[in-house]
Design a protein around this ligand. Sequence first.
Ligand code: ADP
Ligand code: MG
Length: 233
Amino acid sequence: MIEIKDLHKSYKMGNNSLHVLKGINFNVKEGELVAIMGSSGSGKSTLLNILGMLDVLDEGSYTLDGVPIVDLNETKAAKYRNKFLGFIFQSFNLINYKSAAENVALPLYYQGVGRKERQEKALKYLEQVGLKQWAGHLPSELSGGQKQRVAIARALAAEPKVLMADEPTGALDSKTSYEVMDLIQKINDAGNTILIVTHEPDIADMCKRIVHLKDGVIVEDKIVDQVRASQYV
Ligand code: ADP
Ligand code: MG
């Protein structure tokens, strides 16, 4: 699904350059649930942003579902991103003046899906995350955990090939974090490929594989016995 070879990324600020990713080699197969772990500033978000086509690499190659990403122009990249990738963020990134259902329907709108089908699908995915009865509510009327579940439903609605989550539990208390991880595990059980960036070891332990990023390189990449979040919820 994902193939990264010798990826490098630097940030340039004036005369200075910060070499953040220093030769990353990384593959992800369909159906995996991978944690990208590392301390703050280790380059996790930079890596995920490149994988999510929100940023571009300086050197190396990236192939997503057989398509070499480096060759895509901005317009093609945006189309490809909307079609193949779903994003979940620490701060949920919901639109405050739109209802839960309207938020979930948004990626479908950008895909050109008609109104009726958008509404049906929005309800279907809200039901999948246990929030069907909250469809008409605004984000401000929802708890943090509920907001993140709406964001997950929104990411799922576009039926992406890969779900990418940057610190999805970073703004949540432990119990709510485990509820969100329980949902993420169930979505993965259903066959979805998921990448999670986290600096929290107990969240990483709930994935099936942990990739440890340090000083711009992968220092460890291991398959782990998945801890089920359901035992904590
Ligand atoms: P993490 O997500 O692991 O905390 P990041 O990928 O956000 O790490 O950041 C890695 C390093 O790159 C940090 O030192 C950060 O300050 C720096 N950095 C991140 N984004 C930018 C940017 N847009 N411009 C300059 N430096 C950046
Ligand atoms: Mg980060």
